[in-house]
Write a protein that binds this ligand. Structure first.
Ligand code: ZN
Length: 60
């Protein structure tokens, strides 16, 4: 079995993981109801996507 020749130092491990941080989810306003939604997703508040009703609305 292939095995690492040496133990990876804490510094090397840290350097590799320097790019693994999570980024905050981007939010945009729904053009119809103004709720904060993730881009390219259906608005859960009003059920619209790109100006079209795509989910059954409970109120409006
Ligand atoms: Zn909406």
């Amino acid at each position: 079995m292939a095995n690492p020749k040496r133990k990876l130092s804490r510094a090397s491990k840290g350097h590799r993981r320097a790019h693994l941080a999570l980024t905050r989810a981007q939010l945009v306003r729904c053009t119809r109801c103004g709720a904060m939604i993730r881009p390219h997703t259906i608005c859960k508040a009003c059920g619209h996507y790109r100006g079209r009703q795509v989910l059954l609305a409970e109120d409006s």
